[in-house]
Design a protein around this ligand. Structure first.
Ligand SMILES: [Zn+2]
Ligand SMILES: [Zn+2]
Length: 68
């Protein structure tokens, strides 16, 4: 199952929208593996490509703002 709620950083062909390389091998690196809320970065592994994106991991559960 592919998660459907991810930001669309890849096009319909599965290529990176930024650099056009296949998106799937892009590397996700967390700044702090103990605290993913600090975010991370996404890098293209293709040599010479400087595709770089900052990511934020939305791990916080949506607070229930609904009230009766
Ligand atoms: Zn690239
Ligand atoms: Zn890329």
């Amino acid at each position: 199952m592919e998660p459907q709620n991810q930001p669309s950083l890849e096009d319909e062909k599965g290529n990176c929208k930024r650099c056009g390389h296949p998106f799937s091998p892009h590397l996700v690196i967390a700044f702090d593996t103990k605290d993913f809320t600090k975010g991370g970065e996404l890098r293209c592994p293709v040599q010479g490509c400087n595709c770089f994106m900052t990511l934020s991991f939305d791990l916080k559960k949506n607070e229930n703002v609904e009230s009766e």
